[in-house]
Design a protein around this ligand. Structure first.
Ligand SMILES: Nc1ncnc2c1ncn2[C@@H]1O[C@H](COP(=O)(O)OP(=O)(O)O)[C@@H](O)[C@H]1O
Ligand SMILES: [Mg+2]
Ligand SMILES: [Zn+2]
Length: 371
C-alpha cells in the first residue's frame, strides 16, 4: 500500500472522531438533523486543529447518497469521492493562491449549475482572508443571494482580516487549540496502531512543542520514525535532538543557577548550549515559557494551566518560592524584551547573555562592593 503521512492517514472521517471541538460538532450535527444548515460558515482558528477535516465531514454528511445524515456511510460514491477530494460537488479552493477576482468570477459562474451527484454544491475556501478586496466584493454578491443547494465553508487562521460584510453573512465557529492531554492521547493511539515504541514523556514533549496543533504533533511523530533507529524506543532525548528544542531539565538548571546567583555557571551553560547547536531563539523561547510557568505556579499552583508532568510541576513550585512575584514579572519582561532585541540583532547571543547575567546578579548575594 502507498505510504501516507500520519496527518492524512489519521484525518477524522466522522464528527465523533474530531478531537477537542465538541461544541462545533454538536451544533453542526443538530443543524443537519433539524434541516437547518446555514448557507455559509466561517471556520476560524489556528492551523492543524480540524477546520478542513470538519468541512469535509459536513460536506459528506450533506451529500451522502443515503440522504442527509450525521453518520455518512463512507461507502457510496459521493462519500468516497469527498474522502479522496475528487468530488465534483465539493470544490476546494485555496484562497492564498487563488486570490483574485477571476477565480471568484469562475466560482460565481459555477454556483449556477446544480450539483452533479450530491444534494449540495459545496465550496470550501481555505485561508479566505487572503482574497483581494475585489474578490471579496464579488463573493459578497453571491452570499447576498445564495442560490439554493449551495453551501460555502470558509476557513481562516486570521478571522480578524475577513471583512465584516462577509462575517455578518456567515455562521462562525471558532476552533480551539487542542489541549496537550488530548494530543498525547491521540499520539498514543496512533503509536500503538502503527506499532511505534515511544514513551509517554516523549509524547508529552511532542505535544507541548506543537502548541495545540494536532497536525504538527502528528507530523513530528511521523518524521521521528525515520530519524530514530528501527526497533528502538523513541525517548524524549530523540525529540529534543530532532527538534533542537531544550530539555526541560536544562531550563530548570539555568534557573537554579540564577537563583544561586552563580553568574559564571549561567554564562557557561549558555555557551555550552550554543556549542551543542541550540540557537538563541530556542533558548529564549524555552526560558520565557519557563518563567511564565513559574508565575502561574506561584499564583495558581494547583491549576491545570501548566503542561508539565506532575514531578516537574512540584519542582516548578519549589523554584517559584525563591522569587518574589514582582521579580518573576520583571524577569519575564526582561526576557521578552531580550527576544525583541535579539531578533533585531539577527539572533545575536549577546542580549541573552547579558539578560541572564542581570537576572543572576539580581538574585545572587554578591558582596556589596561588587554590586
Ligand atoms: N480536531 C482534530 N481531531 C482529529 N484530528 C485532527 C484534528 N485537527 C487536526 N487533526 C489532524 O491534523 C490533520 C490536519 O487537520 P485539518 O483539518 O486539515 O486542520 P486545519 O484545516 O485546521 O489546518 C488531520 O488530517 C488530522 O490528522
Ligand atoms: Mg485546513
Ligand atoms: Zn455515503
Amino acid at each position: 500500500m502507498k505510504y501516507q503521512v500520519f496527518a492524512l492517514k489519521w484525518r477524522p472521517q466522522t464528527f465523533d472522531q474530531i478531537i477537542g471541538q465538541e461544541h462545533i460538532a454538536t451544533v453542526l450535527k443538530n443543524s443537519i438533523l433539524r434541516n437547518r444548515v446555514a448557507h455559509a460558515y466561517l471556520f476560524a482558528g489556528p492551523r492543524g486543529v480540524g477546520k478542513t477535516s470538519t468541512a469535509r465531514i459536513l460536506a459528506k454528511s450533506l451529500n451522502c447518497e443515503r440522504g442527509s445524515t450525521v453518520e455518512p456511510c463512507q461507502r457510496c460514491t459521493s462519500c468516497q469521492e469527498i474522502t479522496q477530494s475528487r468530488s465534483f460537488d465539493v470544490i476546494e479552493i485555496d484562497g492564498a493562491s487563488n486570490r483574485g477576482i477571476d477565480e471568484i468570477r469562475t466560482l460565481r459562474e459555477g454556483v449556477k449549475f446544480s450539483p452533479i451527484l450530491g444534494h449540495f454544491k459545496i465550496y470550501i475556501i481555505d485561508e479566505v482572508h487572503m482574497l483581494t478586496t475585489e474578490a471579496f466584493n464579488a463573493l459578497l454578491k453571491t452570499l447576498e443571494e445564495p442560490p439554493p443547494n449551495v453551501l460555502f465553508i470558509f476557513a481562516t487562521t486570521q478571522a480578524d482580516k475577513v471583512p465584516a460584510t462577509i462575517l455578518s453573512r456567515c455562521q462562525r465557529f471558532d476552533f480551539a487549540r487542542i489541549a496537550t492531554e488530548q494530543i498525547v492521547r491521540q499520539l498514543r493511539k496512533i503509536a500503538s496502531q502503527e506499532k511505534i515504541d515511544v514513551n509517554d514523556e516523549a509524547l508529552f514533549t511532542i505535544a507541548r512543542q506543537s502548541t495545540g496543533s494536532l497536525r504538527d504533533a502528528e507530523s513530528i511523530l511521523d518524521q521521528l520514525i525515520s530519524f530514530t533507529k528501527a526497533n528502538s524506543q523513541i525517548k524524549r532525548g530523540d525529540i529534543v535532538s530532532f527538534l533542537g528544542c531544550l530539555e526541560e531539565e536544562t531550563v530548570f538548571e539555568i534557573t537554579d543557577k540564577i537563583i544561586k546567583g552563580d553568574v559564571k555557571a549561567v554564562l557557561e551553560m549558555t555557551d555550552l548550549l550554543l556549542k551543542r547547536g541550540k540557537n538563541t531563539k530556542t533558548i529564549l523561547e524555552s526560558l520565557i515559557e519557563h518563567f511564565r510557568n513559574l508565575i502561574v505556579a506561584k499564583v495558581a499552583a494547583g491549576s491545570s494551566l501548566i503542561d508539565l508532568s506532575k514531578e516537574q510541576i512540584i519542582r516548578l513550585v519549589a523554584q517559584s518560592k525563591f522569587f518574589r512575584i514582582e521579580d518573576l514579572f520583571g524577569a519575564f519582561n526582561l526576557l521578552v524584551d531580550t527576544q525583541e532585541l535579539s531578533k533585531r540583532l539577527n539572533n545575536s547571543i549577546i542580549p541573552l547573555e547579558i539578560s541572564l547575567l542581570r537576572l543572576a546578579i539580581k538574585n545572587g548575594n554578591l558582596p556589596k562592593a561588587d554590586r
